[in-house]
Ligand binder design. Structure first.
Ligand SMILES: [Zn+2]
Ligand SMILES: [Zn+2]
Length: 274
């Protein structure tokens, strides 16, 4: 029996489906729990290069919350429904982010890095998962692939130490556009040492590493994190959960049975729930 703690709705502005529609699919698939983790709105004066389409907006948060609570009532006794947010970490705006988070209590948080500092050229925040062109531009702007993944993993370690978000989202998403190791070598000693340092911090701080099945449908075509990293996770006995990162109802719990079978063959024994 599985639970899915990483899902999006129409309130992400790039997803679809109301919370109750995702909940209906989750019940149909026999999930034990469904967590909604809409992108927490970015601090007010943060600019992103997508015209604000990558995160929930401030005027949507109340409706999102209400619809999740309504789904909780509607499906009471059939499934456990949790209200959560997927939260970015922007060191320059951290005070503001912290104050904003305090105003919106939730059942849990997924901490994820989608922004790796700013473009030097225009001071806009760099979304690492938007498209190929934007990724290439960021790598070029920030001094190459090694500098970029080093910073990416450093940001994960920082937020893991600063926040008690329970789950770490798509741990190696920095690889999303790194087709054929175009920008950096994910098998290199240096890359893996960055991952190792990060996993040590996640262990220390009691995080759950999500195994995100959406990665298989992205350019890189591989679950987040990679098998190599999963072996390292297993070796450290870090708690793991499965997540779909669904952006529409029929993606809830996607590929969970097949993925878990594969993980069991690798040696995983247990999924951690909230
Ligand atoms: Zn994400
Ligand atoms: Zn997500």
């Amino acid at each position: 029996m599985f639970s899915d703690y990483h899902t999006h709705t129409l309130y992400s502005n790039h997803g679809s489906g109301h919370p109750r529609e995702l909940a209906a699919v989750a019940v149909e698939k026999g999930l034990l729990a469904l967590g909604f983790s809409e992108h927490f709105p970015l601090p007010e004066n943060v600019t992103e290069p997508t015209g604000g389409s990558a995160n929930m907006q401030w005027d949507q948060i109340e409706l999102y919350t209400r619809e999740v609570r309504e789904a909780q009532e509607e499906f009471d006794g059939k499934i456990k429904i949790l209200l959560g947010y997927e939260v970015d970490y922007l060191p320059l705006f951290d005070e503001q982010m912290r104050a904003n988070l305090a105003k919106y209590p939730a059942d849990y948080f997924v901490g994820s890095i989608h922004i790796v500092d700013r473009f030097r050229s225009d001071h806009e925040n760099w979304l690492i998962d938007y498209n190929n062109e934007m990724f290439a531009e960021g790598v070029n702007d920030q001094g190459g692939g090694v500098a970029v993944y080093t910073r990416y993993y450093e940001l994960i370690r920082d937020f893991a130490r600063k926040y008690d978000h329970r789950i770490v989202g798509h741990l190696d998403m920095i690889k999303k556009f790194n087709i054929n190791k175009r920008y950096f070598d994910t098998d290199s000693e240096h890359y893996l040492s960055q991952v190792e340092m990060t996993l040590d911090v996640l262990k220390e701080t009691g995080k759950i590493v999500e195994i995100n099945t959406a990665g298989a449908y992205k350019d890189i075509g591989e679950v987040y994190p990679s098998d190599k990293i999963l072996q390292m996770v297993l070796h450290r006995r870090l708690p793991v959960c499965l997540s779909s990162d669904a952006h529409k109802p029929d993606q809830v719990g996607r590929d969970f049975s097949a993925t878990w079978k594969r993980l069991v063959r690798m040696g995983f024994e247990e999924i951690t729930g909230l």
